[in-house]
Design a binder for this molecule. Structure first.
Ligand code: PEP
Length: 265
């Protein structure tokens, strides 16, 4: 049985005191529950103070990124080794890292290995651009991203990882997530099925069954139960909506309601 996972990616928003206030509000509203895991990914700046403030019965922390070398002359970078005591998860290969910061497949592969080496669970983001989809290349893109990113990992490491299907064309710019285009459930079903099949074919039945696969792209509370109904979807990577404590709480409550009604029967 895979546990539902909801990750809030705060991107490059909120200074340390704003981040602390948002965490405080979320902690007030969200009771600790065992059946849904909630992860917050603040900026690197806020990881240290939030790691002291966070109620670990309710939330775990993730980094949005880190550098794959453990230490050395890499000005401006922070390594997975440096944050390993602060976070449980790390987002790796987010489309903004791939497309704005030109992270290539090799870099993402190295980051996956570095996260695992430092006992941090990677949340690998994969997904096609609009152009890729229009060209009929979605599966090829997913294949190439998965093949490269997972190539240094064992079946056990893949099984404990998280993969987020995030079609690049569905990711909002953070400010307009309520108006932004969301993928259709049948598109998500097809991609998630492909991802799980890839993991099963390469890493075996157990890894394919246990790896958690999320959807990401303009998630709002209204889509939660319909997307959780999609075979193989285990939760959400939420960007813009995770910055609003009320909306993020509504997303989590929608997942609880779905779970209470019986979840995936
Ligand atoms: C994301 O940051 O991964 C994301 C999916 O953002 P948004 O929900 O704003 O589209």
């Amino acid at each position: 049985m895979r546990k539902i996972l909801i990750v809030g990616n705060w991107k490059m928003h909120l200074n340390a005191s704003q981040a602390s206030l948002l965490l405080h509000r979320l902690q007030e509203r969200i009771p600790g529950r065992r059946d849904i895991e909630i992860v917050l990914a603040p900026s690197m700046l806020s990881l240290q103070p939030l790691s002291v403030q966070v109620d670990r019965r309710k939330f775990r922390l993730a980094s949005q990124n880190a550098y794959w070398r453990d230490e050395g002359p890499f000005t401006g970078e922070v390594s997975f080794t440096m944050i390993r005591d602060l976070v449980s998860y790390a987002i790796v290969g987010h489309s903004e890292r791939r497309h704005v910061f030109n992270e290539d497949l090799e870099t993402i592969k190295n980051k996956m290995a570095a996260a695992v080496r430092n006992e941090i669970m990677p949340i690998l983001c994969v997904g096609e651009t609009k152009q890729d989809r229009d060209d009929g290349e979605t599966k090829q893109v997913l294949h190439d991203q998965l093949m490269s990113a997972l190539s240094n990992l064992t079946a056990g490491e893949v099984q404990d990882s998280v993969i987020a299907y995030e079609p690049v064309w569905a990711i909002s710019d953070g400010s307009n997530y309520t108006e932004h285009i969301v993928a259709k459930p049948h598109q998500v079903a097809e991609a998630v099925n492909y991802i799980r099949r890839y993991v099963t074919d390469v890493f075996g039945e157990k890894a394919g069954k246990q790896v958690r696969v999320l959807y990401g792209g303009s998630t709002v509370p209204e889509i939660v139960s319909g997307f959780l109904d999609v075979e193989g979807v285990d939760g959400f990577l939420v960007g813009g909506a995770s910055l609003n404590y009320q909306v993020f709480t509504d997303i989590i409550e929608a997942a609880w309601r779905w779970q209470r009604k019986g979840g995936k029967e």
